[in-house]
Write a protein that binds this ligand. Structure first.
Ligand code: SF4
Ligand code: SF4
Length: 305
């Protein structure tokens, strides 16, 4: 069975098989300080990290945004489903005798370097017909023959720098592709305390995707937010302690307390959820050291309502 059939059977819409090459542009941006420091362990040249590989496979998992993303963006449950799709695909590839490992590489940059998709001011990649609504998963492969990429898509300029994404952002988007990672709310998912101005601004759980929801270049179709998501990721439900249920929806990584619980504390307060107070007070007893900054903010806001 060919790789394209396998990746579709695993749940992806399409995939790109590319030669293994360094990502010079991305390295330059990283050296300029554009990206979060957690990119530091990524090698500039995948040939050093994966000397046995002769191809990189980048798979596209599209999703449709929810009609209401004020609780959580549909990106996060979709990224969990995409992760499992890649797990299935790796199993299928190995059954075919192909060595395959999940790739820790900058997928968006690799696609952009081959003219696949277009960079946008919000730092996302635009790919027809999905707009920026897709998750990428990558794998390094050892194929019997090296691959050549024959361009099937023409690179084009899509972002017209209209500035709309900038107006809804906390301060990361600077226009003309410039970006300050320290002002993107995704930065506050690494376990450090959230600064006060970011807590006051935090609009939804797990960061936000406002910059793509407002982009006029994106498809406008939405789907109703599933009840299961609304119930499980309700900030007070998270505070009550439902980690296992949350893990099934968004994966262990995002459901880790340093991300989900920390943000639920803040979001409950920003939404005026006084029913959260008993759980916040209890958390101060058990986890006051870890979430002290967020708990102080939330309790004081709710007690002064
Ligand atoms: S909202 Fe405007 S500036 Fe921002 S990514 Fe979309 S087209 Fe570009
Ligand atoms: S995810 Fe939110 S904070 Fe980050 S760039 Fe987009 S709008 Fe700004």
């Amino acid at each position: 069975m060919d790789i394209r059939t396998l990746l579709k059977n695993a749940g992806f819409a399409e995939g790109f098989l590319l030669p293994v090459a360094p990502y010079t542009n991305w390295t330059r941006h990283r050296n300029d300080g554009v990206f979060h420091p957690n990119t530091a362990p990524l090698s500039d040249d995948p040939r050093e990290t994966y000397p046995w590989a002769n191809a990189v496979l980048i798979c596209v998992y599209p999703y449709t945004p929810y009609d209401d993303e004020t609780l959580v963006a549909s990106y996060y449950p979709a990224s969990n489903r995409a992760y499992h799709a890649m797990k299935r695909l790796l199993g299928m590839l190995r059954e075919q005798g192909i060595r395959a490992e999940r790739a820790e590489t900058p997928y968006r940059e690799q696609l952009a370097a081959y003219g696949i998709g277009s960079r946008m001011d919000n730092q996302l990649l635009f790919l027809e017909p999905y707009g920026t609504y897709f998750n990428l998963q990558g794998a390094m492969l050892a194929l019997p023959e090296p691959v050549r990429y024959d361009a099937s898509r023409e690179p084009k300029e899509v972002c017209d720098h209209c500035g709309l994404c900038r107006t809804v952002c906390f301060g990361a988007i600077e226009g003309d592709y410039a970006f300050d990672w320290t002002r993107c709310v995704h930065t506050y998912m690494e376990g450090d305390s959230i600064p006060k101005d970011a807590m006051q601004w935090l609009p939804s759980l797990l960061g936000c995707m406002r910059c793509q929801a407002i982009c006029p270049k994106n498809p406008q179709k939405t789907v109703p937010i599933p009840e299961e998501i609304k119930n499980t990721l309700d900030p007070v439900a998270v505070l009550k302690g439902n980690r296992r249920e949350a893990e099934t929806l968004i994966g262990k990584n995002l459901a880790a307390p340093k991300r989900l619980l920390r943000q639920a504390i803040v979001l409950a307060a920003n939404r005026g959820r006084t029913d959260a107070l008993p759980y916040l007070l209890r958390l101060r007893e058990t986890d006051g050291e870890r979430f002290g900054v967020e708990l102080d903010y939330a309790i004081s806001l709710l007690q002064n309502q």
